[in-house]
Design a protein around this ligand. Structure first.
Ligand SMILES: [Zn+2]
Length: 308
């Protein structure tokens, strides 16, 4: 029906760049395999800090022009991943970046954090009923690390999935659609520890002034909680950029978010200039739906067990 591809993946993120950091490998893989990959980004990331000195004037306390600039960065990142369906929740600029927890910007009219969850979720229902994804990827209830927009993106994604399935809810937004599987972005603790050990071993060769800590990595959980793992065939978790085609696409997509991310080989840094390992494999915890792999093993395909 409608000529939609057989497999359809929806990702909901808070800001431009979150999708490439969390899911770049996964998005590149499914796009390459002919699945419909739909990205919904909830804000333009207007409150971000700017890394390149030449673009410092874009910052919110100066020209406040970072949002439109990041629309362009996101488009370039999606070109690297081969993803053509990317949208902003309610249209570009409908919801504004809320800044960090406790920031005054949280309460500004239009801030995503102060938006009504059901009202924001209605925008997502329209997308879900249009593209009818079997799989949804978003953050855990803490947004991975407590950023207000990430927490809100989680709430809106989960509520949108629930409302989209209800026949009585807003029939004007399309026929009801039930998403088969919902995943939260995760990183297994052992992978994070290995990654930081690698950073430590690189010592003075790490091309950033400082090193982040494992606590700076969002969504870290005990290895046993990971239910799915996606990566280039035959490659390990460490060192995106050279391991395989999808890992290389992820590194290129992250590089496209140049106001937010500096990528150097297998490491990257955000505006705090602290090096982090760039992971070439991505990990998920199934939050809703039936697992497509035997208990105690990890799925190698987010669509495992879903009906096309
Ligand atoms: Zn973010």
């Amino acid at each position: 029906m409608n000529g939609l591809p057989a497999r359809r993946l929806l990702l909901v993120h808070a800001h431009p760049d979150d999708e490439s950091i969390n899911n770049g490998v996964t998005m590149a893989k499914y796009a390459a395999e002919g699945a419909l990959v739909t990205l919904v980004t909830c804000t333009l990331g207007e409150e971000g800090e700017v890394i390149p000195p030449g673009l410092a004037h874009l910052a919110p306390d100066r020209d406040d022009a970072l949002g439109p600039h990041r629309v362009g960065e996101l488009a370039a990142a999606m070109a690297e991943l081969g993803v053509t369906d990317h949208r902003f929740l309610g249209g570009p600029g409908r919801f504004r970046d809320s800044g960090m927890m406790g920031a005054e910007q949280n309460r500004r009219p239009g801030a995503f954090w102060s938006a009504d969850v059901d009202e924001a979720a209605a925008h997502l229902v329209g997308v879900i009923r249009e593209v009818r994804p079997q799989v949804l990827v978003t953050y855990d209830p803490d947004g991975g690390y407590g950023h207000p927009d990430h927490i809100q993106a989680h709430r809106v994604a989960m509520r949108g999935a629930e409302l989209a399935a209800q026949a009585a809810y807003r029939p004007d937004l399309g026929d009801p659609w039930r998403i088969g599987k919902i995943y939260w972005n995760r990183v297994p603790r052992s992978v994070v520890e290995e990654g930081f050990a690698r950073l430590e071993a690189a010592g003075a060769e790490v091309p950033f002034p400082g090193v982040a800590s494992p606590d700076d990595v969002p969504g870290v959980v005990a290895d046993e909680r990971i239910t799915a793992e996606i990566g280039d065939e035959g490659t390990g978790p460490q060192g995106a950029g050279g391991d395989g085609a999808f890992a290389a696409a992820k590194a290129a997509a992250m590089r496209a978010h140049a106001t937010q991310i500096a990528v150097e080989g297998p490491f990257f840094a955000l505006s705090n200039d602290l090096a982090q390992p760039l992971f070439a494999r991505e990990y998920y915890e199934l939050a809703a739906g039936r697992p497509g792999a035997p208990a105690g093993t990890r799925e190698q395909d987010l669509f495992a067990g879903v009906d096309a």
